[in-house]
Write a protein that binds this ligand. Sequence first.
Ligand SMILES: [Cu+2]
Length: 174
Amino acid sequence: MRSSLAALTLLCAALAGSASAHEATKDGVTVAHPWVRATPGGATTGAAYLEIKVAEGVTDRLVSASSPVAGRAEIHSHTMDGDVMRMRRVDGLDLKSGSFVLKPQGNHVMLMDLKGPLKEGDLINLKLVFEKAGAIDVEATVEPIGANGPHGMDSQPTDAPAGGGEHGGHEHHH
Ligand SMILES: [Cu+2]
């Protein structure tokens, strides 16, 4: 684990130092630090997380997402239903100036109908479509199963059982 975190840190430094699309800005909307969780073999869904930074005086709306690794992608939010965390599909996320972090236990992009497992250390393409800024393409890093943040930040183990099924084991509602 320690060596893989080091590798990710190196990877991140390499990405930051290159012209790769690990972070991309268009019309005042920046998509930063996109990452996904690695998936156990056989999983058909995964989740992508990222930060959206919106410049002063700009409003926009995230309306859809897609990735070549997934048959389709949906924007999901988390809500508490009593003690049960549920996620549900939303039509979009309204954005105004500031920082919006899509993260575990929060809003996320759900990757559905995965064409294969997401492997730690890989990079996957992720396209986010905004109402005004249009499509922004980035490369998301694949972080370990159960990671809580990109590049080993905040990656202390969660309460979820090891390999706890797809997507943290909470219930899916559609
Ligand atoms: Cu979800």
